[in-house]
Design a protein around this ligand. Sequence first.
Ligand SMILES: Cc1cc2nc3c(=O)[nH]c(=O)nc-3n(C[C@H](O)[C@H](O)[C@H](O)COP(=O)(O)O)c2cc1C
Length: 189
Amino acid sequence: MVFRPMVFRRSLRHSRSHAGEGNRSVPVSKEKYREAMARLGAAVNVITTDGPGGRAGFTASAVCSVTDTPPTLLVCANRGNDSYPALKANGVLCVNTLTGAHEALSPLFAGLTDHTMEARFDTGDWHALATGAPVLRDAAVAFDCRIDQVVEVGTHDVFFCVVEAVQAGPVHEGLIYFARGYHRIAPIG
Ligand SMILES: Cc1cc2nc3c(=O)[nH]c(=O)nc-3n(C[C@H](O)[C@H](O)[C@H](O)COP(=O)(O)O)c2cc1C
């Protein structure tokens, strides 16, 4: 297998990965991949946005730090999400990392209840920092970001986001999604 690194220039704002396209055989099925990923525990986040495209939010575990220079993280979003058009139109998002006390927000923002998009925000205490994206006041941590680059990969867009403000209050009990269930983790000490 030939590994081809993807090189970004500052001017490149939107690109598409061609991995897995065409007639190449896929050695691991979608089902096997999803089963394997269920063993990979991850923090639970609500990704929010607001602006000309409207207010929206969805639950995401595919969030990762890219670099601290400049402070940048990535978020992977399914282009079929109801929040996706607003994310693209607004160009800003906030990563709200949930605490143990916020577990009910996860299915709410994952579209697993019958709430409308706007009604999702009736739960939780929301305010704004730098970009105008909704920030959960008592989140474990919140990263208020401007979307800098977008890479299409299969069904998802990878948003590379520059962090414009951080909200980090006291250390709370954390929330992890692992083996298709929620787990609370206590801070040491
Ligand atoms: C724990 C958890 C993690 C999720 N992680 C992601 C993710 O990283 N990216 C994504 O696009 N969807 C993720 N989803 C699914 C979306 O939250 C959900 O499919 C989507 O928002 C559908 O609801 P909506 O379109 O009504 O907003 C996750 C769902 C759950 C419950």
